[in-house]
Design a protein around this ligand. Sequence first.
Ligand code: AMP
Length: 107
Amino acid sequence: MSNCLFCKIIAREIPASIIYEDEDIIAFNDIHPKASIHFLVVPKLHIASMLDLTVMHSELIAKLILKAGQLAINNGLGGGYKTHINTGKNGGQEIDHLHIHIYGNKD
Ligand code: AMP
């Protein structure tokens, strides 16, 4: 989507600290980290929020969650971490492109 910040990161139109990318997923460090490690795991497909998910997205969402967990371990959070997804205006979502927050401090 042309005016979506995360779509612009995916398209390399604006910079980000990218830590992982494959054909379906990108992950990059949050620009305002809540902990020493804080990154966002994002589907490349523009899905605005969890309110827009359908059964058609099942495989992608499973892949997103599995990859989020692998990236947490690979980035020093094997001792545990926080996960959250803000959804919609009442859920505090600022960027209207679905993303999982992963954050925590190394042991
Ligand atoms: P939310 O939509 O509320 O789940 O949160 C959006 C998150 O995106 C916030 O934690 C922001 O700090 C983060 N953010 C906003 N702009 C950027 C950017 N250009 N690069 C990385 N993270 C960003």
